[in-house]
Design a protein around this ligand. Structure first.
Ligand SMILES: [Zn+2]
Length: 279
């Protein structure tokens, strides 16, 4: 399994997702022989089949928040991973709302699918989770689901941050620091503001401070599609002097080409095997 990032979807609002103008199956990150599936929204199984991703190989499913376009197909993916529970395997790392619900939202995870994985971890910001030699840091996010989180993967070969849905707050820049690759959910183009999502103006602000080797914008809303994500990415690149690309459904990227040759960033705590959680 070579290290790669594969986009099973790039849709970011009810217009682009409900009509499946663009997909919403989440993002696959392959690193160190492990396969991570982030935010499997509607169509995750279909898109995985379309883009040759074998969900049986998922090591972990990560869910940033309990909004349908990020988590609708989690139960289906857990079933696909485990032969519908016959071969219990892997880990679910999901925000609290997804697993336990809150005053407004019922839990999305069913009791049956909870048992399809070996372990279910409630992701809280500032937590560090080690899966063998891949470390996952749970990042802050400010979104309408108050328990939304982002994810940072620190692998021996590259560091990747995923913002999830969030509005801009200055702390995000700290959270994403030292990322080789930064994936930002940019719902809106330039000069369009949304209270709980990032726009292209926010992207310029964040990318110019974090200075990743590569920034990828995804999770597009209707206005973004009209403005053309390729054009917006080019414009962000011009304003930040950082390489920026717009994700496309089915896009596969080799993260290693954006990382310094070899380095060791692993924490000593995670020398052991299996899954470790540090609160
Ligand atoms: Zn959301």
């Amino acid at each position: 399994m070579t290290d790669s990032i594969i986009f099973l979807g790039t849709g970011g609002d009810e217009f682009t997702v409900s009509k499946q103008m663009i997909g919403s199956g989440g993002i696959i990150v392959k690193a160190e022989g492990y396969q991570f599936h982030i935010d499997p929204g509607p169509g995750a199984l279909t898109r995985a089949a379309m883009y040759d991703v074998n969900l049986r190989e998922n090591t972990a499913v990560l869910v940033s928040h309990a909004h349908l376009n990020h988590c609708n197909d989690v139960n289906a993916v857990l079933s696909a991973m485990s032969h519908n529970g016959l071969d219990v395997k892997g880990v679910l790392i999901a925000n609290n709302t997804f697993i336990n619900g809150d005053e407004k939202t019922k839990p999305y995870l069913t009791d049956f699918h909870n048992k399809c994985v070996e372990r279910v971890i409630v992701a809280n910001s500032a937590q560090k989770i080690g899966i063998e030699n891949v470390e996952i840091h749970i990042l802050k996010a400010k979104h309408t689901d108050p328990k939304t989180v982002g994810f940072k993967f620190i692998t021996p070969k590259f560091t990747l941050s995923y913002s999830s849905d969030t509005r801009y707050v200055a702390e995000l820049v700290e959270e994403y620091k030292d990322s080789d690759i930064l994936i930002l959910n940019i719902v809106e183009p330039f000069d369009k503001k949304q209270e709980f999502n990032l726009s292209a103006d926010d992207a310029v602000n964040i990318i110019s401070r974090v200075k990743p080797k590569l920034a990828i914008i995804t999770h597009f809303g209707k206005n973004m599609i009209e403005a053309d994500p390729m054009y917006i990415a080019r414009e962000i690149q011009k304003r930040t002097s950082v390489q920026v690309i717009a994700a496309k459904d089915g896009l596969s990227i080799s993260p290693v080409s954006y990382a310094p040759s070899v380095r060791q960033k692993k924490l000593d705590n995670f020398e052991g095997h299996g899954v470790d959680v540090e609160e």
